[in-house]
Design a protein around this ligand. Sequence first.
Ligand code: ATP
Length: 250
Amino acid sequence: MLNIKNLKKKYSSKGGEYIALNNVSLDVKKGEFVSVMGPSGSGKTTLLNCISGFIKGDAGEILLDNQNILNLKEEDLANVRQNKLGFVFQDFMLINGLTVLENVYLPQIIANRTIEEMEKRTNKLLTSFRISDIQSKYPTEISGGQKQRTAVARALSNKPLVLLADEPTGNLDSKSSISVIEAFIDAKTNLDATIFMVTHDAFAASYSDRVIALKDGEIVRELARKGTPREFSNEILVFMNSINGVAYEA
Ligand SMILES: Nc1ncnc2c1ncn2[C@@H]1O[C@H](COP(=O)(O)OP(=O)(O)OP(=O)(O)O)[C@@H](O)[C@H]1O
């Protein structure tokens, strides 16, 4: 589904060159939920931005369902973003002037889906994320958890190949973080969604199938989920603390 081969990215600035990604290779299978963790400055955002095409990798390949998106023109990249990728951001970015239903419809309208396609897809999403009963409400009238489920439903509305999530629990209290993770688990279980999440949050990562650890622009380890989320979370914390100067908290 997502195959990255020998991806390199360096930044040039007055102080010289800085290698942010050094030969990063990874594979994410359809239906997998993968987290990327690493100390500040390890290259997580750079990796996510290369996959979304917001910044250009210097060398290597980023294959999305076998299409190399590394060297696409901006117009083709916009197409990939609209039709093949879904995005969940830290602050969710729902449109307050639109209802829950309209927020989920919007990307499909932009992608020129037919009414029948939109209705079928939207009904499935509203049911999967348990937001059917609040579909006529506006984002300011619903709970934090409902907002997050709406944002994940919207991100999946055009059936993306991969859902990219950038620190989705970053600013949230633990109750809201659980809502986001539940939404991801629903997306994986009910819709076979493929999720690629960058996070500092070992609790959130402990619900993924695999954690990829980055340090200084290189993958230093992959941890496959074992045991309960609590046990996996502890294993992640121990490992992240071992490669990181700063302590991670549970
Ligand atoms: N536009 C840029 N120009 C120069 N250097 C950059 C630029 N963007 C990022 N970097 C450097 O590249 C490295 C990787 O940055 P990146 O933002 O990918 O790290 P990160 O792992 O996401 O960090 P954080 O967890 O703090 O968000 C850092 O050392 C950063 O200073």
